[in-house]
Design a protein around this ligand. Structure first.
Ligand SMILES: [Zn+2]
Length: 174
């Protein structure tokens, strides 16, 4: 069945902090694979400094404004332009953050979008890309990283290439 999923957008400090903790686990992976990412912390950054950095970044990157822009654009897209395939769920949580690569996901249904890169059209594409990762998690989990990204990019272009003709395959994918 074709549908546009319901997305609950969240940008509170608690979830941003959670995103920082998730990113912390895969910084070595990001470095190894040559991803661009934002992560202004080290192992020795203590909780107080983390809280202060998050506060600074919320202001610097205007997190609330960015979150509004992302939601407004998402809401403006009609059902047909962002309809999914059968595996695409009905509900997602989208945490608007400032850390990590452009986007990442956390099973079963959480997407993280980093608004320190690019602008809202790119953020929506990142969101959809991460949704595909969740939808096809089981069938792609055994694939090597580059093959998995290639699979997701192909799906994206099949589904939404007309809506987002500028979507470009990531360098990593085969
Ligand atoms: Zn991906």
């Amino acid at each position: 069945m074709k549908h546009k999923p319901d997305i609950t957008f969240i940008n509170d400090v608690k979830d941003v902090l959670r995103s920082k903790e998730i990113v912390e686990e895969f910084v070595p992976f990001l470095e190894r694979n040559g991803y661009e990412f934002y992560y202004p912390f080290t192992e020795s950054t203590d909780a107080e400094e983390v809280a202060r950095q998050i506060e600074l970044d919320v202001d610097k990157f205007e997190l609330n404004v960015a979150s509004e822009k992302l939601q407004t654009l998402w809401n403006s897209l009609n059902n047909d332009s962002v309809e999914g395939d059968s595996l695409y769920a009905k509900d997602y949580i989208c945490v608007v953050t400032m850390y990590g690569p452009r986007g990442f996901f956390y099973t079963p249904n959480t997407i993280y979008v980093n608004v320190t890169f690019d602008s809202e059209r790119d953020w929506v594409q990142t969101m959809l890309h991460e949704m595909l990762h969740l939808a096809h998690f089981e069938e792609t989990k055994e694939l090597a990283h580059a093959e998995r990204e290639g699979f997701i990019d192909k799906k994206f272009i099949e589904l939404w290439g007309d809506t987002f003709p500028e979507y470009s395959k990531q360098k990593i994918s085969k």
